[in-house]
Design a protein around this ligand. Structure first.
Ligand SMILES: C[S@@+](CC[C@H](N)C(=O)[O-])C[C@H]1O[C@@H](n2cnc3c(N)ncnc32)[C@H](O)[C@@H]1O
Length: 234
């Protein structure tokens, strides 16, 4: 009787342990699937994308003590102004910088605010992470995540914008932002201090991009995202 009782207990114990193991196994699979899902699904339905076409920004390692010489000051400021607000990030925003300076053009930086971790909102720190990104020798279709939410790839500007349906490019002579129909999931394309080259404007126009103005005053590229966010916040 005692033997029978202990075999029943043993049997029940083995079954319970196996079920428990199976439960944890499925839990682990569920967690992994969920993590992948969260990683690749934007949390926000309505995303705003900003593109800076930086014609001469360095695409190879640069001197962090002289970021202006490598035109990284504009890039860092643009990223800072596009993504940060007081004590938080604009989590519905993606920023791209198409870097086309020497020595390994093109390089595309892409930062997803909703996934970004470990980037401080100051120019010097952003420049430091950009320096880590541009030093990679990437193959044509390769993309590298430098820190969570911060990617570098070899995607050319033309390929990036051709993927989008709702393109708008910034130009003083366009429709004023208060009169324009921005639509959903817009991608705003902005020139650097040189301005958008004629070739880029022609391609944008062929892609049915809308020309958008922020008024009569010629602004710095890094001013534009703040004004656009402000107008869309109204
Ligand atoms: C410093 S500006 C370029 C100046 C350049 N010398 C030129 O004439 O185009 C940088 C970019 O910001 C955008 N931008 C500046 N002021 C703007 C305005 N008032 N309306 C629309 N876009 C503007 C444009 O995309 C421009 O290429």
């Amino acid at each position: 009787m005692k033997n029978f009782f202990s075999s029943v207990v043993g049997f029940v114990f083995t079954i319970s342990m196996n079920s428990l193991l199976l439960f944890f196994f499925f839990l682990a699979i569920l967690a992994c699937t969920l993590e992948e899902y969260i990683k690749f699904t934007p949390i926000y339905e309505y995303m705003k994308e900003f593109v800076l076409l930086a014609l001469k920004a360095s695409t190879s390692e640069f001197n962090l003590n002289d970021i202006a010489k490598y035109e990284i000051d504009i890039v860092s400021e643009f990223i800072l102004n596009t993504l940060w607000i007081s004590n938080d990030l604009r989590r519905d925003t993606i920023v791209h910088v198409s870097m086309n300076g020497s020595k390994d053009p093109p390089k595309l930086l892409t930062l997803y605010a909703d996934k970004l971790k470990g980037l401080q909102p100051n120019q010097q720190h952003i420049a430091k992470i950009i320096n880590q990104a541009v030093k990679y020798k990437l193959k044509k279709d390769e993309s590298k995540e430098i820190i969570p939410g911060f990617f570098v790839s070899k995607t050319p500007f033309e390929v990036l914008i051709k993927k989008k349906d709702n393109l708008l490019y910034l130009n003083k002579k366009g429709t004023h932002i208060r009169e324009a129909d921005i639509g959903e999931n817009p991608m705003f394309v902005i020139g650097d201090y040189i301005g958008l080259p004629k070739k880029a404007e022609r391609l944008l126009s062929n892609l049915k991009a809308k020309k958008l103005s922020l008024g009569k005053t010629m602004l710095f590229a890094a001013h534009c995202p703040i004004i656009i966010h402000y107008e869309l916040d109204l």
